[in-house]
Design a protein around this ligand. Structure first.
Ligand SMILES: [Zn+2]
Length: 449
């Protein structure tokens, strides 16, 4: 698949030497909110307008690219083939689109018929990318204001970016009246707008470092897929907002940020199927979801303990709620046997939420050791990354002259590979709760791929 940058490069004659020009145009396009005028020979201007529309940087927009002779419409962001609309004029398509309040409209060639409507669109807050057959910015302004010459000053000042093209290449670029790309192809970096901050503001969390540990033995191990039910009540549960805790206690807090920990899993050890069955007590894992240290069971953002004695059900404070799919009481354990991960073998332990079995290491073995030096056994594994299903991208219904809004995909639980936690640790981590056979202690580790 070609990237947006490559598509723009391909438009230019000598991509490597003109990479800076390509980047400058992309940055300007990203920052522009009103008029972008491509002027020069009609054919090159039209081609560049089409490329800019198809590589438009913002994805959460709706709009369209209108091509002329014959009239064709492509929705933005581009999802489908262009639609031929030979029996209507570009102006009619533009008028029809405006009823839907689009964010961006690209029109490959402005003519006397479409110019007034192009201006009206730009003045009413729609970002416009238009091609004009003109030899200068002034001539382009003149072509746009033929019907109303009095608007020339206003139009000149609303042109945010002007790109001069000439026989298949970009010649000069202006931001307002300021030259960004000179006729010699030199980019004035100081004339480029500062990019806006993007993306998540949270601090990424990195998996803890590996320790070197003894090699695994190779027998299959029994494992179980947990089946949860939101309606049922059981002492074993996954990601429920209520949890059984020592009688008289309060909801556990993170020892770093003092905020409530999130309940990951509670396992009633005596009720687990063989060979995982243990003595009395609840093995519990709580994790801080506010970015604190969660590297091991000893980290301040982790509580991994076996609770014995009298318990009572506590309800989690709202700050402890996390993004989970199908939390609930564990009502069934689906048994299967699992081979360990062997070098050169593509048979991998299941990377999902499970009890027992082999750890689906992402970065190689990192077994915690029990007091007697023996490897602890895997009690519970959770794997992040939600399974998404359905969803539709937005489209343009020309007959109804309206944008058909997209639908967000929903997070579903795959019963053959359940993953309850969408983004507890890093969003793509596999985490392991181990139990020592000798000490009965719990250990916590996690890795990312
Ligand atoms: Zn914390």
């Amino acid at each position: 698949m070609t990237t947006a940058l490559q598509s723009l490069d391909a438009f230019l004659e000598s991509p490597e030497s003109r990479r800076d020009v390509t980047r400058a145009v992309r940055v300007l396009l990203d920052a522009a909110r009103s008029m972008i005028v491509v002027f020069g020979d009609a054919q090159t201007a039209a081609a560049l307008v089409a490329v800019l529309a198809k590589t438009y940087p913002a994805k959460n927009i709706h709009g369209g690219l209108i091509e002329v002779n014959p009239t064709r419409l492509t929705t933005m962001p581009v999802q489908a083939e262009a639609r031929d609309l030979a029996d209507v004029t570009p102006t009619q398509v533009l008028r029809s689109m405006l009823r839907q309040d689009p964010d961006v409209i690209a029109l490959t060639n402005v003519d006397a018929e479409s110019a007034p409507l192009v201006l009206q669109s730009a003045f009413t807050g729609h970002a416009m990318i238009v091609g004009v057959a003109a030899s200068s910015v002034e001539a382009a302004v003149e072509a746009l204001t033929l019907a109303e010459p009095g608007l020339a000053g206003h139009v000149r000042s609303s042109i945010e970016v002007a790109i001069e093209v000439d026989t298949g290449r970009i010649r000069r670029v202006f931001r307002g009246t300021q030259e960004v790309v000179s006729a010699r192809g030199q980019v004035m970096r100081e004339a480029l707008p500062m990019p806006a901050a993007r993306g998540p503001t949270h601090t990424p969390r990195f998996a803890p470092p590996l320790t070197s540990l003894p090699p695994a033995s190779l027998q299959p191990r029994v494992a179980f897929l947990p089946v949860t039910s939101a309606a049922a009540v059981a002492r074993s549960s996954i990601a429920t907002t209520a949890a059984f805790r020592p009688a008289g206690s309060t909801w556990p807090l993170c020892r770093a940020c003092q905020q409530p920990l999130s309940h990951v899993v509670t396992l009633e050890l005596s009720a687990l199927p063989a060979p995982l069955t243990g003595g009395d007590g609840l093995a519990q894992l709580f994790v801080c979801s506010h970015g604190c240290d969660t590297t091991t069971e000893a980290a301040p953002g982790v509580l991994a303990e076996v609770v014995t004695g009298a318990t009572e059900q506590l309800e989690a404070p709202p700050e402890a709620h996390i993004d989970v799919c199908a939390p609930g009481a564990i009502v069934d354990f689906v048994r299967f046997e699992e081979d360990p991960l062997v070098e050169g073998n593509d048979h991998r332990p299941l990377r999902c939420d499970k009890l027992g079995g082999w750890p689906a290491w992402e970065q190689g073995d990192a077994w915690p050791l029990d007091d007697d030096g023996a490897r602890m056994e895997l009690l519970f594994q959770l794997a992040e990354e939600p399974v998404l299903q359905g969803g539709k991208s937005a489209g343009w219904d020309f007959e109804a002259a309206e944008v058909v809004p997209g639908e967000r995909p929903s997070v579903v639980l795959d019963p053959n590979s359940p993953r309850h936690f969408n983004s507890l640790l890093s969003g793509s981590a596999v985490a392991f709760l181990f139990r020592g056979a000798t000490s009965g202690r719990l250990a916590f580790r996690w890795q990312t791929g």
